[in-house]
Design a protein around this ligand. Structure first.
Ligand code: PHE
Length: 456
């Protein structure tokens, strides 16, 4: 059997480093920025329930499938898919799945960097004391000002992209692991402080009710697709990020428990963020459906009222930026790893070239908040369109095909060997990957797209 046992890009120091890196990829803007605002836009409870079910039933099993392909292929997702398909005597076209992922990574990185740029801007704003004793209205206005100023947004977007390029150029192992090991617990601690604040302002139970009361009348098929798409987005699935990290996984690490740990950590961070944010929304009479600005309009209010808010606020946005950073590197890594394998060029050169591409594309997202606000296709502006295309179409479909590939196409012995589950656990996982996950994605996806674009 043809096998490449070691990746040329290196191997994580231990199973824990893999968990750290993959959690670093998973925990990011998706948890702290996106989850609260899409929950707000989609009416809360029922949306959250669909999201949780998708994480457990679709996300975690597919994450195992992705890690498995990466770990066996030991290369970039494009080359891993090609080789694993060949070893399994399957069609060459499966390599397209790798390509689809690399492209999705680019598209996501382009707007991800713009939003992460907002977080950078807010480090200065909070640290500079801009919001001390400010009213909700002033805080709102200040966010609108940032959005209206393409120049400022581009500066922060450029800075964030530069940071991303620097890390990826150095290879993922050096530096970032250490940073993440220290920063992730800090981020968690600060979220808990915010949660404490939310508990103290008196609207906590209403916040919980919004998040966990399963009001199904508010849920639409489009909302269900957003919830499912977000399950993929937040776990970094469907585009090869987790696959490429799996390629650097130590040989002996067990896939099942490892993936479960990552999934749980990611979900807890999202739920805690939601529990911290919605009480603030309610107590201040803010809009649930404020959209992408939600955390930038709510959290400064909390910090402006907390003792030491200036420092904690700045620290919080520093940590959000770090969380975004450790995710951004995994968005571009699949493409970079492929190019390094393919062209035998320096990683740094490739990373810079790809980074500049993603940066350029990102400027379109910057403009979609101001001068190109009214440029719309199918009702979406550029940012919304990119978000919909990637999170609601490319990732779920990518994930669905990964499940089909591992469930039906990949050579069985390889799957069984790599996944290394007890026979009972294997039977359930196998059934989910073969039937449940692909079917669920297919149904939610088709119904939602039909409703969204063909009325109903
Ligand atoms: N999971 C990241 C987040 O929640 C985003 C991401 C998506 C990263 C896809 C890599 C791949 O912010």
């Amino acid at each position: 059997m043809e096998q490449v046992r070691k990746s040329i890009h290196g191997v994580w120091g231990s199973r824990w480093i893999f968990i750290l890196a993959a959690t670093g990829s998973a925990v990011g803007l998706g948890n702290i920025w996106k989850f609260p605002y899409i929950t707000g836009e989609n009416g809360g409870g029922a949306f959250v329930l669909v999201y949780l079910v998708c994480i457990a039933l679709i996300g975690i099993p597919i994450m195992m499938a992705e890690v498995l392909i990466g770990k066996h292929g030991r290369q970039s997702p494009i080359n891993a898919m090609r080789d694993v398909a060949r070893v399994s005597s399957a069609s060459k076209s499966w390599v397209l799945l790798g390509w689809l992922g690399a492209i999705a990574g680019f598209l996501i990185l382009s707007y991800y960097s713009v939003i992460a740029g907002w977080a950078l801007a807010y480090i200065l704003r909070l640290g500079g004391g801009d919001y001390e004793n400010a009213t909700a209205e002033t805080i709102n206005d200040s966010f609108s000002q940032l959005q209206a100023d393409p120049g400022e947004m581009i500066i922060w977007h450029s800075l964030f992209m530069l940071f991303t390029i620097i890390i990826v150029a150095h290879g993922v192992q050096r530096g970032l692991e250490r940073a993440v090991r220290f920063l992730m617990p800090m981020l968690f601690l600060l979220l808990l402080i915010l949660l404490g604040y939310a508990l103290s302002i008196g609207s906590f139970s209403e916040g919980l009710e919004f998040l966990f009361k399963f009001n199904f009348d508010k849920l639409t098929w489009e909302g269900a697709l957003t919830a499912m798409g977000h399950a993929f987005f937040t776990l970094s699935l469907g585009m090869g990020a987790i696959m490429v990290y799996g390629a650097y996984m130590p040989e002996k690490a067990p896939i099942g428990n490892t993936v479960l740990t990552i999934g749980i950590l990611d979900t807890v961070v999202a739920l805690v963020a939601g529990m911290a944010i919605f009480p603030i929304v309610i107590a201040n009479g803010l809009q649930f459906n404020a959209g992408p600005g939600l955390i930038f309009q709510t959290l400064p209010i909390a910090f402006s009222q907390l003792p030491g808010g200036q420092i904690f606020g700045a620290l919080f946005f520093i940590l959000v930026s770090f969380a975004a950073w450790s995710s951004a590197i995994s968005l571009i890594e699949p493409a970079v790893a492929w190019a390094v394998e393919r062209f035998n060029v320096k990683r740094a050169v490739i990373t810079a070239i790809f980074g500049v591409f993603a940066w350029l594309l990102g400027t379109a997202t910057v403009f979609s908040f101001n001068i190109w606000k009214d440029v719309k296709l199918l009702g979406f502006n550029i940012f919304e369109g990119l978000d919909f295309l990637t999170a609601n179409i490319m990732l779920p479909l990518g994930g669905m095909f990964i499940a089909i590939f591992v469930g039906w196409v990949m050579q069985r012995d390889i799957v069984k060997n790599e996944i290394n589950l007890s026979s009972k656990a294997f039977i359930s996982w196998d059934f989910v990957v073969k039937v449940i996950a692909p079917l669920a994605v297919f149904i939610v996806f088709s119904l939602a797209i039909y409703k969204q674009f063909f009325g109903g």
